[in-house]
Design a binder for this molecule. Sequence first.
Ligand code: NDP
Length: 267
Amino acid sequence: MMEFVTLNNGVKMPQIGYGVYQMPPVETERAVNDALSAGYRLIDTAAAYMNEEGVGAAIKKSGIAREELFVTTKLWVQDISYEAAGTAFERSLQKLGLDYLDLYLIHQPMGDFFGAWRWLEELHRAGKIRAIGVSNFYPAVLANFCETVEIKPMVNQVELHPFFQQEAALATMKEYGVVPQAWGPLAEGKHGIFTHPVLTKIGEKYRKTAAQVALRWNTQRGVSILPKSVRAERIAVNLDIWDFALNEAEMAEIAKLDLGHSEIVNH
Ligand code: NDP
């Protein structure tokens, strides 16, 4: 079973995807293979992760029809300019072994991201990228960006988990029709998330783990999620979140876990 979210240009994106950050290139092919076998169809990589080739190799071997897959990669900082974006895109596409991309993100609001965006808009119009978006765009940056560009970003990928909920940022995204996508949906293991008493207790009722409760909570707020694990059993567990739903009281209990700041990065 798979849930989808519809982007502002009508493209359907799986609500859960498999992230490959901090995954050594040699391990990536095997891990992505496990993820595709488990049922993931969205794979999230980035030029900066240095493992696009491993993702591409796994996709090729899987034999899964291209139109069933949703592949995301990201433009890294040194290439965020009108001059460099086109070449960086072709390089990523080649490493992935693909002839079009489903989602291409500007990885950080750094450099000439307005110039880079004009390239992305052109590639999108030319049918080379089905959806274009941004990542780590904070509310003020995102609002300015959306008010200025021709094609509004379809996705903003930011840190979102029970300890950093970013409700105000979500409200800004909603206002501009930008779909929120969570990186670090498991808080990268911080703050004792996997044994957290509140998440564990809620999970007991549904026979789910604290990790599954954290993931389900985000999806019920309309957030797309990208859990990462290199282990086959966790890869499968993280996907098994569609056969239960948290009630309002449980959602409210989790809302109280927000620390209001990140424990992972300080941009
Ligand atoms: P996550 O929040 O997904 O946490 C990953 C960690 O949790 C790993 O240490 C993993 O260990 C562990 N883990 C995963 N599932 C379980 C489980 N069920 N039980 C116990 N432990 C578990 O962190 P990420 O930073 O990897 O974020 C996910 C994805 O988001 C990335 O892979 C990347 O695609 C994207 N991302 C994007 C960023 C951006 O700037 N746009 C920044 C950071 C991430 P193990 O692998 O050993 O199982």
